[in-house]
Design a protein around this ligand. Structure first.
Ligand code: SF4
Length: 386
């Protein structure tokens, strides 16, 4: 679909142009470990067949770069974006292999603590410039730069927006303009708020939209649709990703669902949000990626929804995450959080860790905690009435 209301500038990602009146591009990410060449190649085939405009691949170490090189030889045509995760130093090695580099400002502090953020961004920009790559400044609620998190403790959305705006300024000052920004959260209201605030301040910068960890379909689709309907119809958003928790073979759905939402918006078909949607239990689950620690993750997310159906009228959020990297932080705001390790699942109540349980035991333990929350709330309500 054309995005005629947008005032963003156009940027080039390989042969793809986004921004301005260009069609909104639809992208997804390989959910496999990059070094597992057969499975990652299969993911690329699935996403290509589904019509992905951009395919994102994660790299975190030199072995991932070698794997990426092999994959690029096998797939010379697709537009590849690379997710630098915590290792910004890999930028010059991946830049010749891809069309766009995504860095997360919240992960730059991990390496080379003696270097400034400016030096690290400069390093990434030099690599992108040398190989004609675009850049995405990808700000994520679960990994906000600690400096901004602390400074904007009362308003985390403002922290995300300020961080994105400041990084845009760094790139502008370096005369690098071939970039876009994303501001993601698992809460669609926050995604709407953050992107509106950012677009008001920097309407010239193309935006990549997504509700991160939207979870299982159909709820994950509904959450994403709400955010996209509100933003894209207001002329905000130049590329999208629908992050769904799906088995790897079904990852093409992220593309077909995204195209379906865009088509509906273009044709004025806005789905009304089901009455009371998310007034009751809300299961958040990450879309899974190369970092998933155990293949049982998707089944676990589905089982969590099944076994919590009895509590669906209670306004309780349960977050299910696939790995130890983002799992601990991104479950903090949930009433109950689960994040997967190789052989155990870690359980949290808010920010408090409750322990690690086997994949066989976790569901019964979760139910105990859920019952405790419900009974505590019931007695609280009784005492207010009395
Ligand atoms: S929580 Fe971990 S496994 Fe899930 S998408 Fe995020 S990084 Fe990947």
């Amino acid at each position: 679909m054309s995005n005629l209301n947008r005032s963003s500038r156009k940027i080039h990602i390989g042969s793809l142009i986004i921004g301005g009146d260009s069609p909104v591009a639809v992208q997804s990410m390989a959910a496999t470990q990059t070094q597992n060449l057969d499975e990652t190649a299969r993911q690329i085939e699935i996403l290509e067949e589904a019509g992905a405009d951009i395919i994102r691949i994660a790299v975190d170490n030199e072995a991932d770069v070698v794997a990426l090189e092999t994959l690029r030889k096998k797939f010379p045509k697709p537009i590849f974006s690379v997710d630098l995760q915590e290792n910004y130093r890999l930028a010059p090695k991946v830049a010749p292999l891809v069309n766009k580099i995504r860095y997360n400002p919240g992960h730059l502090y991990h390496l080379d603590k003696n270097k400034s953020i400016l030096e690290k961004v400069q390093f990434i920009v030099e690599a992108a410039n040398s190989f004609n790559c675009a850049i995405r400044i990808g700000v994520n609620c679960g990994s906000i730069d600690p400096e901004y998190k602390e400074k904007f403790i009362e308003d985390q959305i403002e922290g995300m927006v300020r961080c994105a705006v400041d990084h845009c300024k760094i790139l502008d000052d370096l005369s690098f303009t071939n970039y876009c920004v994303s501001l993601k959260d698992s809460d669609f209201d926050k995604v709407i708020d953050a992107n509106r605030r950012f677009a008001k301040e920097r309407p010239d910068v193309p935006l990549h939209l997504g509700v991160t960890e939207a979870g299982l379909p159909p709820e994950g689709v509904i959450k994403t649709r709400i955010a996209f309907e509100q933003l894209i119809s207001a002329g905000i958003g130049d590329t999208i990703r629908v992050s769904l928790t799906l088995p790897n073979e079904q990852k093409g759905q992220e593309i077909s669902v995204g195209r379906g939402i865009l088509k509906d918006i273009e044709q004025g078909r806005f789905r009304s949000v089901p009455k009371n949607f998310l007034d009751g239990i809300n299961i958040i689950a990450c879309p899974s990626c190369s970092r998933v620690e155990n293949d049982k993750f998707v089944d676990l997310a589905q089982e969590v929804r099944e076994i919590t159906k009895y509590a669906e009228s209670h306004k309780i959020t349960i977050a299910v995450m696939g790995c130890r990297v983002n799992g601990p932080g991104e479950t903090d705001d949930a009433d109950l959080g689960l994040w997967c390790g190789p052989s155990k699942v870690n359980l949290k109540k808010g920010t408090e860790a409750l322990g690690a349980y086997s994949y066989d035991d976790i569901l019964s333990r979760l139910k105990i905690e859920l019952d405790l929350i419900i009974s505590a709330r019931n007695s609280q309500e009784r005492s207010v009435r009395e």
